[in-house]
Design a protein. Structure first.
Length: 147
């Protein structure tokens, strides 16, 4: 059965793709959980338009982020978190927090999906954060301090 995915589904495909899946899987899982819809001719046309629009939006967002990467050189931001006496944080630093503090302190807006953390940040101190869009990379310093 042909279905149009409404969301990214691991092991199946990405949003707005048309996929051929087993009838039972389509009816009992994808469609019942509203992850997909039947691929009628009207729905296929609509999905193609939505896919083109979403690809254009992603491309624009990536280009804006590439310009923001150039501004990251030499930037250092401070994030305050609770930690114990040994300097270990009670909870790790999330990518969304990094994106938010970068916007607030340096006025640079980077979507959290472009921030790359090699290891989770679980200690106070200075950390190098990498931002990558395609082949373009940039980095900035994140200083984690105790409250």
């Amino acid at each position: 059965m042909k279905v149009i995915l409404k969301q990214n589904v691991k092991g199946v495909g990405h949003k707005y793709e048309i996929k051929e899946v087993a009838d039972g899987y389509a009816n009992n899982f994808l469609i019942s959980k509203k992850l997909a819809e039947y691929a009628s001719p009207e729905a296929v046309k609509k999905a193609e338009i939505l896919k083109a629009t979403s690809l254009a939006e992603i491309e624009i967002r990536e280009k804006l982020t590439e310009k923001q990467i150039e501004m990251l050189k030499g930037v250092s931001v401070v994030l305050k978190k609770k930690a114990n006496e040994k300097g270990h944080l009670f909870e790790k630093v999330h990518i969304e927090e990094i994106s938010k503090v970068l916007k607030e302190q340096a006025n640079i807006e980077i979507d959290s999906e472009f921030i790359v953390l090699e290891n989770p940040i679980k200690e106070i101190g200075e950390h190098t954060i990498i931002v990558q869009v395609g082949k373009n990379k940039g980095e900035f310093k994140l200083v984690v301090e105790t409250i």
